[in-house]
Design a protein around this ligand. Structure first.
Ligand code: NAP
Length: 467
C-alpha cells in the first residue's frame, strides 16, 4: 500500500452509539489513515443516549465519556445541524467521501393495526420517550395524563421505561435531566394504574430482569400479577424443561414470586398482564375510554412460541394507550430502504441496492438501521466493529472507489455552503456546559434545550459572550 492508498475518508451519518463505535473502530486501524466526519441532523450528538435513555438512568448515559474520547481524536470532526436528504444528498457525500456509514437508527415506530388506534390519547411510546427527554421532534406533544388508568402495549424495556416514568414520584424525576415541561405535566398527572400488556407469557417477557425489578422497587407503586397468568402454559413449560437462558429463568422465577403477593398497599399499581392482545381501542367523543383485549393461548411453531386469540375478551377502562411494540426505520431519500423490515438492506453491514440485491459500493450501515431495533447500547460496539472490518477489507482490496474531492477543507466549505449554522464538537461542549449550568440553577443534573433554534441562539450567545 502506498501512502496515498492508505488514506480513507469516511462520513458517518448519525451520532448515536453505533456511529461513535464505528468511528472508534475506524480510528483504531494502525495501517489506514482514516479521516472521519460525523454528521447529525440535530445540533446535539449522542442519539438515543440523549433522547432515548430514561432520565432516571444516568449511569447508562455516562457511556458518552467513551464517545468524547473518540471525538477528541484530531482525525475526527463532528458537524451537527446538517441533515442528509434535506441540506445535502447522498451524491454530495459520495463526491467528498470514499465511504459512507449510515448510523441513523430507527426513528419511527410500529403500530398495532387495530381499530381506534388513531383516537386522541393513543400514542407511540417513542413519542412519549422523546417528549420527556426533550427531543426537538416531540417537545410540543401533549399526553393525556388527566386519566387514572393507562395501557402500555408490549413488555420490552421501552415499555418498562415509560411505565416507570408514569408511576414514579415526579419529585424523583425532577432532579434528573428530564425536560421541565414533562416534570410539570407529570406533577399534574392523575395516572394511578398502568396495565402493562404482554401478548405472550412470562417466559417470553422482553424486559431485562433488572428493569422489571426496578418497577417492583418503586416507592409509590405496587407490581401486581395475576397468579394464573404467571404460570407457564404447556408450550412454555416444554421450552423451560429443555433449558432456558439465565434472563428467562430469572424473569419467570421473579414474576411467579411477585404474583404470590397480591395487590399490595401502595397508591399506584402496575398491573402486568400476560397473554393479552389489544384488539380494539374504544372511544367516546373522540377520546379513548377503554381498550378491548383478547386472551391468547400459546403454541409452538418451528421452534418459536407464538400466540393466537381464544375468543375471550375483556375491557379495560383506560384514558391513554401507549404502544411500545418496537421502533421502525425511516427512509432517507437516496438511501436504500427495506420497507417491510424498516431498515437499510445489507449483508453484514454492506448496503444492498435493494433487499436481496447487489452490494452498493462504498455504503455501509451499523446499529439499529443495520439489524433492527434490538440489543443494549453495548451491543452496538461489536456490531459496528464487524461492519468496519468489512469496510476496511473492501478498501484494502481496492473495492472502494476513491471520492472526487478528497480534501477536508473543501468538504467543510461545502458543508458550510449547505448549512451555515454548522455545530462542531467544541460548540456542543459549550452548549453542554450551558445546559449543565441551567440545571444547577434548578437543582437538576441538566436542563436541556429542546428547540433547535433555541440551541443555536444559546450557542451563538455563549460564544459572543466569551469573545
Ligand atoms: P423489544 O424489546 O423488541 O420489545 C417489544 C415488545 O413488543 C415485546 O414484548 C413484543 O412481544 C411486543 N410486541 C410486538 N408486536 C406486538 C403486537 N403486535 N402486539 C402486542 N405486543 C407486541 O423492543 P423495545 O422495548 O422497543 O426495546 C428496543 C431495544 O432497546 C431492546 O433491545 C431493549 O432491550 C433496548 N432497551 C434497553 C433499555 C435498558 O437497558 N434500560 C431501555 C430501553 C430499551 P413479542 O415478544 O411477543 O414479540
Amino acid at each position: 500500500m502506498t501512502e496515498n492508498q492508505k488514506k480513507l475518508r469516511v462520513v458517518v451519518v448519525g451520532s448515536g452509539p453505533s456511529g461513535f463505535y464505528a468511528a472508534e473502530a475506524l480510528l483504531k486501524d494502525k495501517e489506514i489513515d482514516a479521516r472521519i466526519d460525523m454528521i447529525d441532523r440535530l445540533p446535539t450528538p449522542f442519539g438515543l443516549v440523549r433522547g432515548g435513555v430514561a432520565p432516571d438512568h444516568q449511569k447508562i448515559k455516562s457511556v458518552v465519556k467513551v464517545y468524547e474520547r473518540t471525538a477528541s481524536d484530531p482525525r475526527f470532526r463532528f458537524f451537527g445541524n446538517v441533515m442528509l436528504g434535506r441540506d445535502l444528498q447522498v451524491e454530495d457525500l459520495k463526491r467528498h467521501y470514499d465511504a459512507i456509514v449510515y448510523a441513523v437508527g430507527c426513528e419511527s415506530d410500529r403500530n398495532l393495526g387495530i381499530p381506534g388506534e388513531d383516537l386522541a390519547g393513543s400514542y407511540a411510546a417513542t413519542e412519549f420517550v422523546g417528549w420527556y427527554n426533550g427531543h426537538p421532534d416531540h417537545r410540543r406533544k401533549e399526553f393525556n395524563l388527566d386519566c387514572e388508568r393507562v395501557a402500555v402495549v408490549g413488555i420490552g424495556n421501552v415499555a418498562i421505561d415509560v411505565t416507570r416514568v408514569l408511576v414514579k414520584s415526579p419529585e424523583a424525576l425532577a432532579t434528573t435531566d428530564m425536560a421541565d415541561h414533562a416534570v410539570e405535566a407529570l406533577r399534574r398527572s392523575k395516572v394511578k394504574e398502568v396495565y402493562l400488556l404482554g401478548r405472550r407469557g412470562p417466559l417470553q417477557s422482553a424486559f431485562s430482569p433488572k428493569e422489571i425489578a426496578e418497577i417492583d422497587e418503586l416507592a409509590d407503586s405496587d407490581l401486581v400479577i395475576l397468579p394464573e397468568e404467571a404460570e407457564l402454559d404447556a408450550a412454555s413449560q416444554a421450552a423451560w424443561d429443555k433449558g432456558v437462558d439465565a434472563n428467562e429463568k430469572k424473569n419467570v422465577e421473579f414474576l411467579q414470586e411477585v404474583a404470590k403477593r397480591g395487590e399490595g398497599t401502595k397508591d399506584r399499581k402496575v398491573r402486568l398482564r400476560f397473554c393479552a392482545s389489544p384488539v380494539e381501542i374504544l372511544g367516546e367523543d373522540g377520546r379513548i375510554r377503554a381498550v378491548k383485549i383478547e386472551k391468547n393461548e400459546l403454541y409452538e411453531d418451528g421452534g418459536r412460541i407464538k400466540c393466537r386469540g381464544t375468543g375471550t375478551f375483556e375491557t379495560l377502562e383506560v384514558g391513554m394507550v401507549l404502544r411500545s411494540v418496537g421502533y421502525f426505520g425511516v427512509k432517507i431519500p437516496g438511501v436504500p430502504f427495506d420497507e417491510k423490515a424498516g431498515r437499510i438492506p445489507n449483508e453484514a453491514g454492506r448496503v444492498l441496492a435493494a433487499p436481496g440485491g447487489a452490494v452498493s459500493s462504498g455504503e455501509y450501515v451499523v446499529g439499529w438501521s443495520k439489524r433492527g431495533p434490538s440489543g443494549l447500547i453495548g451491543t452496538n460496539r461489536a456490531d459496528s466493529q464487524a461492519t468496519v472490518e468489512n469496510l476496511l477489507a473492501d478498501f484494502r482490496a481496492g473495492a472502494i472507489k476513491p471520492c472526487a474531492v478528497p480534501c477536508s477543507d473543501e468538504t467543510e466549505k461545502f458543508l458550510l455552503a449547505k448549512q451555515p449554522r454548522l455545530v462542531r464538537f467544541e460548540d456542543w461542549k459549550i452548549l453542554d456546559a450551558v445546559e449543565i449550568k441551567r440545571g444547577e440553577d434548578k437543582g437538576k443534573i441538566r436542563e436541556k434545550f429542546t428547540d433547535i433554534e433555541e440551541m443555536l441562539q444559546a450557542l451563538e450567545g455563549a460564544k459572543a459572550a466569551a469573545s
